[in-house]
Design a protein around this ligand. Structure first.
Ligand code: 4NP
Length: 166
């Protein structure tokens, strides 16, 4: 999968905590490796509760502490995302189930539909398959999510771009 323009959509429930962080961290790692132009990244939520909201201030704070800037506003996943993106990355198994249900309803177009993958399948330190939902906790949960996403996005980037190109 070393296509020069791979598009990756990060998806969680609300699109304000985990997926904007995943998007920002992946973009920053790609840039560090000189691969910024090889990837198009975005994020979305399976739910519409926070449509139009900026990323949660706790995600913005933990990202800023690592010099990662979060951009964009929350939006819900759409059927077109399955045609537009090559890979859709679910933050947890519940998100993955929601995405799989949506995908099953779509007709397979000529170009095929996005692959759905689980974020922590790319985390070499994973003890749990899910990126935990930090929404109802404190800042420490966001720091933990940051570390998980940093490892997992590194693993995903290795997979999509091939290791050893940095
Ligand atoms: P996220 O976190 O899915 O990582 O953006 C959540 C954000 C909002 C809610 C739940 C999780 N909520 O219930 O509003």
């Amino acid at each position: 999968m070393s296509d020069p323009n791979t598009s990756v959509l990060f998806v969680c429930l609300g699109n304000i905590c985990r997926s904007p962080l995943g998007e920002g961290i992946f973009a920053a790692l790609a840039k560090e490796r000189g691969l910024a132009d090889d990837f198009h990244v975005d994020s979305a939520g399976t739910a519409a509760y926070h449509t139009g909201d900026p990323p949660d201030s706790r995600s913005v704070a933990v990202a800023a502490a690592h010099s990662v800037r979060l951009t964009g506003y929350a939006r819900q996943v759409t059927p077109r995302d399955f045609e537009h993106f090559d890979v859709i990355v679910a933050m947890d198994r519940s998100n993955r189930r929601s995405l799989q249900r949506l995908r099953q309803r779509l007709e397979r177009g000529q170009g095929g539909l996005a692959d759905i993958v689980l974020m922590r399948d790319y985390d070499p330190g994973a003890h749990d398959p899910d990126v935990p939902d930090p929404y109802y906790g404190g800042q420490d949960g966001f720091e933990r999510v940051y570390r998980i996403l940093e490892r997992a996005c590194g693993g995903l980037l290795d997979e999509l771009a091939g290791p050893g190109r940095d």
